[in-house]
Design a protein around this ligand. Structure first.
Ligand code: NAD
Length: 256
């Protein structure tokens, strides 16, 4: 426990269950005294998100499907009313159809491409657009990416292209919002067994390869990502914006 984020209001988007990276980030933020709001995608996950969020006293819980502009508008209005000032945004959201996360990228449909990019990339823009005006004291936005943005990873396909777009969006948003002292960064996490990861074919062999080849000889733990996000959302990282920070046990530096 510490007080690095005491007096800071932050929103965590992307908790689905206790394995979600966003949940680990929330715990790191709460551990440093942040006041949190959580969003949930739909009624399908509401119960689970509520149960988790209620373990952090004082948390707000708000619905927000990021494909619906009106829901993001409503979220902004609720945060304005409840928090007035917002200091941090965690965007830990992605989706692609399972058929687009297997086989070959060349077979991606127009619809599958649009859906993956809408939910996994444009949502960051849509959220920043509506919530940055609440960050009147400056702030930080952190999103989640993966090495499949930079290199071809088997079965990652359309999500690799989406993550490349997301990382570019981080740089453009960082440049746009920098004058308001709002920083925008991404964490590139190593593979972690979560609900989203279940959609990626042959995920076990990806984990095994990381365990064997990463300099730290282990797979990434959500708490490692949580603490890095906490750093990126705190004043400790005040000179950092537009960056992609790897939290992957060093796997990305290793050659064949
Ligand atoms: P997760 O399934 O727990 O989280 C994904 C979240 O996206 C869920 O909470 C889901 O409800 C939300 N979501 C999907 N569509 C949405 C919509 N339309 N509106 C609102 N929310 C929506 O899995 P995770 O692994 O914690 O994923 C979080 C982020 O981390 C994703 O961006 C993912 O690509 C990224 N990431 C994951 C790994 C990994 O190996 N698990 C590695 C690197 C990056």
């Amino acid at each position: 426990m510490g007080d690095l984020l005491a007096g800071k209001n932050m929103i965590v988007m992307g908790v689905a269950n206790e394995r979600s990276i966003a949940w680990s980030i929330a715990q790191s933020l709460a551990g440093q005294g942040a006041r949190l709001a959580f969003t949930y995608e739909s009624e399908r996950v509401e119960g689970r998100v509520r149960k988790l969020a209620e373990t952090i006293p004082g948390s707000l819980i708000v619905p927000c499907n990021v494909t619906v502009d009106e829901e993001i508008d409503k979220l902004a209005a609720t945060l304005k009313e409840e928090f007035d000032v917002l200091h941090g945004i965690v965007h830990s959201i992605a989706f692609a159809k399972s058929e687009d996360l297997a086989g070959t990228f060349v077979d991606t449909s127009r619809e599958g491409f649009a859906l993956a990019n809408d939910i996994s990339v444009y949502s960051l823009v849509a959220v920043a657009q509506r919530l940055a005006p609440l960050m009147t004291e400056g702030g930080a936005i952190t999103t989640m990416t993966y090495m499949g943005a930079d290199r071809v990873m088997r079965n990652y396909n359309v999500m690799g292209v989406a993550k490349a777009g997301l990382q570019a969006a981080v740089r453009y948003l960082a440049n746009d919002l920098g004058p308001q002292q709002i920083r925008v960064n991404a964490i590139s996490a190593g593979p972690i067994r979560t609900l989203a990861a279940k959609g990626i074919s042959d995920f076990n062999s990806i984990l095994k390869q990381v365990e064997e080849k990463a300099p730290l000889r282990k797979t990434t733990e959500t708490a490692e990502v949580g603490d890095t996000a906490m750093f990126l959302l705190s004043h400790l990282s005040r000179g950092i914006t537009g960056e992609v920070i790897y939290v992957d046990g060093g796997y990305n530096i290793v050659g064949a």
